[in-house]
Write a protein that binds this ligand. Structure first.
Ligand SMILES: [Zn+2]
Ligand SMILES: [Zn+2]
Length: 275
């Protein structure tokens, strides 16, 4: 299995993820929680963000690959210090470590103002669906991949472990942003371990304290352990961010991209989303 994963090319991974995206897209069409009138137009709006971020993805992706190569050659980091011989246990430990660090990263993005102004672009989404995972400011892409590189070096994960993690992570993120919900009973069980759409929808509610809750990436255990888990009645859910929703402001792409810089130049009180 390790050999298979090590030889899995970027194109093959992309193909698997695009096929899964297509399936989830159709589930959204059938079971829409908040129907989106023009889903394709909405998708193309969000594709603009990832397109603008391609140079950042390429540069930072190469740095990340170098750190994975470094780990493969130098046997470095937490995984090596634990010196676990069993590959399955190694995989589980590396997955848990990376997931915990992603949880920490997400808290940084919310609590540290120079990071939050870029992350709010993701939160400015008022029609949540799977295409929302593409909605990331290029500067956030640089911040996120810098942290991922740091986590890779600290944990010492190997390339094949990272590939497994990445496939599960993207599928989990797709489902978490899905415009559909689990039944309350199913959510109670699944969200004991995994981030569900019901759970991530709360994170996209437009007001605090809900925006600052449910930071989990794949696993929900960190939110439960550290007291950041929150629920909300589905009927009360409003997606977006309150500082950008006054008078139903609709922004074009350029305005949204420039939002962080506007906020960086404004006084902190004016961007506090506290009620
Ligand atoms: Zn967030
Ligand atoms: Zn999100």
């Amino acid at each position: 299995m390790i050999e298979f994963l090590e030889n899995l090319s970027y194109i093959e991974r992309l193909f698997v993820l695009l096929s899964i995206s297509l399936i989830v897209w159709n589930i959204e069409v059938i079971y829409a929680f908040k129907p989106i009138s023009d889903k394709r137009k909405h998708l193309f709006e969000n594709i603009k963000f990832i397109t603008l971020g391609i140079p950042a993805q390429l540069v930072m992706g190469s740095v990340l690959n170098l750190s994975l190569e470094f780990n493969d050659k130098n046997l470095f980091g937490l995984i090596e210090w634990f010196s676990i011989k069993n590959n399955w246990i190694n995989l589980i430990v590396s997955f848990l470590l990376l997931d915990f660090f992603e949880y920490i990263y997400h808290i940084f993005m919310h609590k540290f103002r120079p990071f939050w102004v870029f992350h709010l672009v993701h939160h400015s989404e008022q029609k949540l669906d799977i295409s929302t995972i593409l909605r990331e400011h290029p500067i956030e892409t640089i911040i996120r991949l810098s942290f991922t590189t740091l986590w890779v070096l600290i944990t010492g994960v190997h390339f094949w472990m990272y590939v497994v993690r990445q496939l599960i992570q993207v599928i989990s993120n797709l489902l978490a942003h899905g415009n559909f919900r689990l039944t309350n009973n199913a959510d109670k069980i699944v969200s004991l371990l995994f981030v569900t759409p019901n759970m991530h929808h709360v994170h996209h509610h437009f007001k605090l304290p809900h925006t600052d809750s449910n930071y989990g990436d794949v696993l929900s255990i960190w939110d439960r352990l550290f007291g950041t888990y929150k629920k909300i009645n589905a009927n009360h859910l409003v997606f977006g961010i309150d500082t950008e929703m006054c008078a139903n402001k609709i922004y074009d792409f350029k305005t949204i991209i420039m939002l962080p810089f506007k906020h960086l130049n404004s006084k902190p009180e004016t961007i506090n989303t506290n009620e």
